[in-house]
Design a protein around this ligand. Structure first.
Ligand SMILES: [Zn+2]
Length: 485
């Protein structure tokens, strides 16, 4: 079976099942369940897989809404896994298809990162590959990993820590985006930790001398951390949110206050170093204010390790399939949505940081397009670029050779985690992108069963990297994902 034949098989399967896949993506859009609460979404997807003959293991990695679905034909190896996400974000409810911001449910959550599309495309790919294994009598296992809490939960990093990916040979994923490109770049590793200060409450005017302010400690900690910025590598980022100010009355010395820190850098070793220094600053702030600090490790993830063998394999398939084709009506909707994006934000594309020199030129030429109709070029030099964001796919990529792509499912120049992103997630724009991604991923997965030597080469590439820099899961043993705030 050559590449064209396997693409045709997968494409036919996805198109024959278009209605079913679209319906699942729409249902998950409506569920809009936030991290660790994806009960309906994970139940829906796992049920479809179970009905298709996959065996299901639920609650993996100590996460209620995580699961593994597996279908084997003739042998258990190789194991090709599709990663699915389905979590939404708070406060991003949006009436789908509307070119202005309007919540469908006031203060409700919404799919501001398109994970209703993400999880459904991976489902389509897994189902299509299962059919191909039977039809062409190929040996091996196809798996679907139901991965909760990508948004601020690092679900996959906990799953990797707990050995859930130990027998996987290749992992395949995608992300909805405004543009089409292979994800060949690295991302930032991160650690999130909460600093909870405990002081002594008192009347702020009548007895201030007996009070010990936890809020003072938070403020002093932040001042100290801001001074630290000068003395860390220039690519380190850290941000904080005061999650508990201790109360609303200035007349009370605040006995409790909390601040949440998110620390990022290109390598987890650097993040660990900065985390230790910030923790010392917190202890210093506690000492200064006569308070006590409790540090709670929240979550972490490693940087993404692109795999060139797999990326070029997927890139070949992506180019043979072409970009998703959008019609005049879809372009007209995107044009309206794009009008809401401030001019200053149009200068910077979601994919800008992923582009090689050739891609940069294409970006400039396409600056007025409302929907993408082209694929940015991929080259191994992309591995030297870093996207200033983080993903928990990072930890999977250190354990298993991993590949992912971005497929146009949203208006160009929109940013993730905005209503503009949410609004196309249930329209034909998003659904078209979703089905296209299912075809790319499914064909990539199938090609690995047909040419298993690609898996061997991809593993050798990963082994070579991890021999130079061994992987260590960034989440300490004992940190429970269910204790996240
Ligand atoms: Zn996302």
């Amino acid at each position: 079976m050559n590449q064209t034949q396997l693409i045709t098989f997968i494409t036919d399967y996805i198109e024959a099942n278009q209605e079913k896949l679209d319906d699942i993506a729409k249902q998950i859009f409506d569920f809009a369940e936030v991290r660790f609460e994806e009960y309906k979404s994970s139940a829906l997807i796992s049920q479809v897989l179970e009905d298709a003959g996959f065996s299901i293991r639920r609650g993996v990695g100590k996460l209620d809404t995580a699961f593994i679905a597996e279908f084997s034909n003739k042998a258990n190896k190789p194991v090709v896994a599709f990663l699915g996400e389905y979590d939404a974000l708070p406060n991003l409810s949006q009436i789908p298809g509307l070119a202005q911001q309007q919540a469908e449910i006031p203060d409700g959550s919404g799919h501001g990162c398109g994970h209703n599309l993400l999880g459904t495309a991976s489902l389509g790919a897994a189902l299509a590959v299962k059919e191909a294994l039977l039809k062409f009598d190929l040996s091996g296992s196809v798996r679907y990993y139901g991965c909760p809490a990508e948004e601020g939960g690092s679900g996959k990093t906990f799953m990797v820590r707990d050995g859930v990916f130990d027998y996987v040979d290749t992992a395949i994923c995608w992300h909805p985006a405004p543009d089409n490109i292979i994800w060949g770049v690295s991302t930032l590793a991160n650690i999130q930790a909460e600093y909870a200060f405990k002081g002594i409450s008192s009347h702020a005017a009548a007895a201030p001398e007996v009070g010990r302010s936890a809020l003072d400690a938070v403020e002093l900690m932040n001042v100290g951390a801001n001074y630290l910025r000068e003395h860390v590598p220039s690519d380190v980022r850290f941000h904080y949110a005061i999650t508990d100010t201790g109360g609303k009355s200035p007349n009370v010395v605040q006995a409790d206050a909390k601040v949440l820190y998110l620390i990022r850098a290109p390598q987890i070793a650097t993040v660990n170093d900065v985390y230790a220094r910030i923790s010392n600053i917190a202890k210093g702030a506690a000492l200064m204010t006569g308070t006590e600090v409790t540090i709670r490790f929240d979550k972490a993830c490693s940087n993404y390790l692109p795999n060139h063998i797999l990326a070029s394999t997927m890139d070949d398939i992506f180019h043979e399939l072409g970009a998703p084709a959008f019609n005049a009506e879809e372009i007209a909707l995107a044009k309206e949505i794009r009008k809401s994006i401030p001019e200053v934000n149009r200068q910077r594309e979601f994919v800008s940081e992923m582009l090689t020199a050739e891609g940069k030129a294409m970006e400039l030429a396409a600056k007025d397009k409302d929907l993408s109709d082209f694929i940015y070029p991929y080259g191994p030099e992309a591995a030297n670029l870093i996207l200033s964001g983080s993903t928990d796919v990072g930890d999977v990529s250190w354990k298993v050779p991993t590949v992912q792509c971005l497929v146009a499912s949203h208006t160009r120049q929109t940013a993730a985690h905005t209503w503009q992103w949410t609004t196309t997630g249930k329209t034909s724009i998003g659904l078209k992108g979703m089905r296209h991604a299912a075809k790319i991923m499914g064909a990539t997965g199938l090609k690995l069963f047909v040419e298993p030597e690609l898996i061997t080469a991809a593993k050798a590439e990963l082994d070579n990297k991890t021999q130079q820099m061994p992987y260590q899961n960034p989440i300490p043993v004992g940190v429970d994902p269910n204790n996240q705030k």
